[in-house]
Design a protein around this ligand. Sequence first.
Ligand SMILES: [Zn+2]
Length: 451
Amino acid sequence: MTGPDVLDDVEVQPWDQVVESQFRRATGTIQDLRKRSELYADTLDQAGIGPDFEVRDWSDLTAIPLTDKNAIRASLAAHPPLGRHLAVDPSDVTQIQATSGTTGSPSYFGLTPNDVQTWARLGARGFYAAGFRPGDVVLHAWSLSKGFTGGVPVVRMLQQLGAVVVPIGAEGGMERILTVAKDQAAVGLCTAPNYALYLADMAERTVGVPATELAVRSLVVGGEPGGGIPSIRSRIEAGWNATCCEVLGNSDIATIVWAECPDRSGMHFIGQDIVLAELVDPEKGTPVEPAAGAVGELIYTALEREASPLLRFKSGDLVEVLGTECSCGRTSYKLRCFGRTDDMLLVRGINVWPTAVQEIVAGYAPRTTGAMRIVLDFEGYTTNDHLRIEVERGTEATTDDDATLARDITSAIRSKLVFQADVHVVGPGEIEPPGAGKVKLVERRLPGGGA
Ligand SMILES: [Zn+2]
């Protein structure tokens, strides 16, 4: 074979051409939504954006107001069931998905047959980058039952790639997933990173063989941070004797917009002709140049969405650019997600992201299982006291090491994250094991017993 091993040519197109074509498509999308979507017609009018508005560089985009989850909620409430932003006749919608609202009730959006197909193309690109191939038997073990975009849409993406999908879903439970993995000799597994670790730990006692002796040779993880944390990735890979690539998306825009290649040095953007992704300063809202080391929040515009369009959707995902070149030949920059704008804590004026703490704790395996939680024993997200962190003792470790382990982690946190932690070691299994939902890194436990 000659040339880079990619599913679609657009992945290796020179990056400046990709950006130019994205601006052209974004201009078209904005003009089109003025006619098709009541919400966006109003939004554009109020922002003074006329019919001849053109996107020529990243700063032009900042003239368009952001759409956040609250705006979507308000739109849905004003015009149920699919909101004022709906841009097609309701009879054209053939699928409705629900996203996990961070504030409780689900948020909904519709898909037309073309929307389903667009997502499938995008997802197939991501799974191919991460190592799945046509004909591979792939076990689906993300949440499948709640209408989340990691469920049925991902099944469709894997079929688009030509994989043989076994849609068990995380709700099927550890025992069923491992049994099916063994019976069907699945070579691919997609699931959440912490759940991948848990499954590996439980394999031998559940199906009689260690995960390293199952047929899985390629894992794709996502849905929560962890897959890109080196100490967690290496435990997943050792636990399964398989490669582990991370993917990232946004349930409102598309399940998979970023995917690692075999180089596993950060996730490539794969939405070239389907999604526009802006990197912006989360406080000032100004564009950030995607150079190695740059940090920003991802803002997404759907370039092909028919039913439920989104202009400049605020993802809340905070990312760091890891590089702009790769051995695989893909031309997009690569990143990793290190936190969300809504889970940042402020400890004596220092910004703290739970995933950064998790990364440090995971580095102390096998003295710890890697499971941890931050206990918020105060109101809000700001404290001037030491931050309480509970970490699990490793299954082979003894209580004799507890004090030293707590001291070592406290000191690593102080030197790397510059805040004072109050680390407590708890027994293995005391922290809720991973299941169908995201692993909770933070638990609110107020002194008065309130939640
Ligand atoms: Zn690459």
